[in-house]
Design a protein around this ligand. Structure first.
Ligand code: SF4
Ligand code: SF4
Length: 263
């Protein structure tokens, strides 16, 4: 017997600042999309529905970082309405590229470089931050974009009241499963040792180094990665920039301390 609408979990899927790649990936679950809509009560999904409702929710999936005053209000409003919030994608989880350097001076200088003195009327840009800088986040699903199988598994588990399960090991493990030669041994700077697995080491499979787009894995040994790349002859600022690029708040503490140690 099919569940009635009132028995289904009320879901909202939201986009803040980012490339919308995670929402697009959900939309791209073509075979499963009808099942997703049948199994839950999707109240809001801008990319897929025109009748979006700002209602009470069981679960809100949020992609993108908070980069404007309007988005700050939006994320506070989503949190108020949702029993659980899931951050999806690197921007929501760690801030992503737009939060690469959390130093206020850099942010303001960069904004000026790109937009000059243009007055942005509909909202005021603010320093870009992950959503947990503003609200409590219940679950994180990183990726750039998120992985389709992990999203479907997370969605399924949440519908059944279970927390998502993420890989707790780095990209290097997947890289070995795929029998790649290690790029670091060829003096190519790779962030696989400190990056959470889940992408299937797709870049290394194509002979490109990992740039850390899934964010840091738990207990990542950032000091050891930094030292390893230094021993390979890479410049201090190059490594720092590389590690900061995608990780936003994920490596900020470590990189912040390095600044002091450098002197
Ligand atoms: S190539 Fe990168 S991901 Fe693969 S084993 Fe070496 S460091 Fe790890
Ligand atoms: S290998 Fe690294 S950069 Fe490439 S998709 Fe995976 S996490 Fe992202």
């Amino acid at each position: 017997m099919e569940e009635s609408k009132k028995d289904k979990l009320k879901i909202g899927i939201y986009e803040l600042t980012g490339c919308a790649g995670d929402s697009l990936l959900i939309l791209d679950c073509e075979k499963e999309l009808i099942d997703i809509f049948k199994a839950s009560d999707i109240q809001s999904f801008l990319m897929a529905k025109s009748d979006n409702i700002d209602a009470e929710l069981d679960v809100a999936f949020v992609e993108g970082s908070v980069s404007t005053e309007k988005e700050e209000k939006e994320i506070l409003n989503i949190r108020k309405r949702a029993k659980a919030v899931v951050a999806i994608g690197i921007c929501a989880c760690f801030g992503g590229i737009q939060a690469a350097f959390l130093n206020k001076k850099d942010w303001e200088e960069n904004l000026k470089k790109v937009y000059g003195d243009v007055k942005i009327k509909h909202t005021r840009p603010i320093q870009s931050k992950p959503i947990d800088a503003y609200i409590k986040v219940d679950y994180y699903l990183p990726g750039c974009p998120i992985d389709r199988e992990q999203f479907l598994s997370t969605f399924n588990r949440i519908l059944r009241g279970n927390p998502p399960e993420l890989y707790r090991f780095p990209v290097c493990v997947e890289c070995k499963w795929n029998e790649n030669d290690c790029l670091i041994n060829k003096d190519i700077p790779c962030l696989g040792p400190v990056t959470r697995a889940g992408c299937g080491s797709i870049c290394i499979n194509h002979n490109l180094p990992c740039v850390g787009c899934w964010g840091p894995v738990e207990e990542a040994n950032l000091a050891s990665e930094f030292q390893l790349l230094r021993e390979k002859g890479f410049d201090y600022d190059f490594i720092k920039k590389k590690m900061a690029n995608f990780s936003g708040t994920g490596m900020a503490d470590f990189l912040g301390k390095l600044k002091v140690e450098k002197k």
